[in-house]
Design a binder for this molecule. Structure first.
Ligand code: MF3
Ligand code: CO
Ligand code: CO
Length: 378
């Protein structure tokens, strides 16, 4: 995999200060069967839409198509005279599913964050760092709490609802819920990304975990105004050696990135360490999504690419707090976004895994704020 460390980072729009149209990048590889449809949304926005994904790595039985919505969108329904091609009907289903989520009032935290995007890197005081510690410990505990439920037969909606109830019980707010996006606000409280879903999968009653799946669960509770952002990839039941290896290497990538963090190191050191290991293991590093500063603001400066060159990029200073959250693919690093505006999937539908910690740069080196207090193993 040739390094593209010198190309510009093109993160997806969860980073509001770099608005990138989610459908404008990553054409599918010519050798895949995936063909987009060019559509125009009622608002005039052009869309390149990809057929629905199966949630299944090659060789496994595809997941069933989503159940048809009711009522269906007349714009895309088939008529006996002009039947829509099957893929377009699937697109209609996806759009309907997206629209079925009621528009959410945007919670204050998302509005404020996106009003004043800033390139300025905040250095946290020890009082602020203490609040981050608490939010981040809550985030880690939330993942610990969810761990025993991650079993074949559970739906991602059930995981979402457990997470939301737990978060409320602990006096916190789920940052993803209502977080502004390009097509719609994020409609649920956590991200659940199965198999070929790279990140930002939306919990759904129809997405029921099956033996052999891998699933990343990404949580971000806000406690006393501060965000704790962490994710782990879980093996569901009896995962294949191929899936296991990917998940192991991805976690190790995160740790290798974290180990480079200390005052005076550069942002590029983090990505270089991750990229070197991932590519040596034959995997690719997702470019379109990056780590980010995190504190009172969910997605703040600096961006933390998971690829790059040692010695390049901003210098790390005590008080900086950011995430390291590599997404590692078995095949192509390229991502596509589903029509819901959120779900990012691999262009070749091969597996993708991710781990995320929130870390603070300290005088001594690095403090991992989202370490599991119970040392729960997924
Ligand atoms: N927690 C994700 C991250 O690591 C962001 C999720 S934004 C959402 O940055 F809106 F999709 F929830
Ligand atoms: Co996250
Ligand atoms: Co994050």
């Amino acid at each position: 995999m040739p390094s593209r460390a010198d190309t510009q980072v093109r993160p997806y729009a969860t980073f509001p200060h770099h608005p990138i149209h989610p459908f404008s990048h990553s054409p599918p590889r010519a050798d895949t069967q995936v063909r987009p449809y060019a559509l125009t949304l009622p608002c005039g926005k052009p869309l390149r839409v990809y057929p629905p994904f199966s949630h299944s790595p090659p060789g496994r039985t595809p997941r069933s198509a989503p159940t048809p919505p009711s009522p269906p969108l007349h714009l895309f329904t088939s008529s006996p005279i002009h039947p829509s091609p099957p893929h377009l009907q699937q697109v209609a289903i996806l759009i309907s599913r997206a629209l079925r989520h009621q528009p959410l009032p945007r919670p204050k935290h998302t509005v404020e964050e996106q009003k004043q995007p800033s390139e300025v890197i905040t250095l946290l005081s020890s009082r602020e760092l203490e609040k981050m510690r608490k939010a981040c410990q809550l985030a880690a505990q939330l993942l610990d709490y969810l761990t025993p439920y991650v079993k074949p037969g559970v739906s991602t909606l059930e995981l979402n609802d457990l997470a939301e109830a737990w978060t409320q019980k602990h006096g916190a707010i789920s940052a993803p819920l209502g977080y502004a996006g390009t097509v719609m606000p994020f409609p649920k409280s956590i991200c659940t990304s199965i198999n070929e879903v790279i990140c930002h999968g939306i919990p759904n009653a129809e997405d029921v975990l099956r033996d052999g799946d891998i699933i990343n669960i990404d949580v971000t509770p806000i406690l006393d105004g501060y965000h704790g952002d962490t994710s782990r990839t879980f093996l569901v039941g009896d995962a294949s050696p191929v899936a296991r290896r990917l998940v192991e290497v991805t976690e190790e990538c995160m740790w290798r990135g974290i180990q480079t963090v200390k005052p005076g190191a550069r942002v590029g050191d983090i990505g270089a360490a991750i990229q070197a290991y991932a590519e040596a293991e034959g995997y690719s590093v997702v470019r379109d999504f990056v780590g980010h500063g995190v504190h009172r603001i969910f997605h703040a400066a600096p961006q933390i690419p998971h690829y790059g060159q040692r010695g390049k990029g901003k210098k790390l200073r005590p008080g900086m707090v950011f995430t390291i959250e590599p997404m590692i693919n078995i095949g192509s690093h390229e991502a596509e976004i589903l029509v819901d505006g959120w779900t990012a999937i691999t262009v070749d539908r091969q597996l993708s895994a991710q781990f995320e910690h929130t870390v603070a740069v300290t005088k001594e080196g690095v403090e991992v704020l989202t370490l599991s207090p119970a040392k729960v193993v997924a």
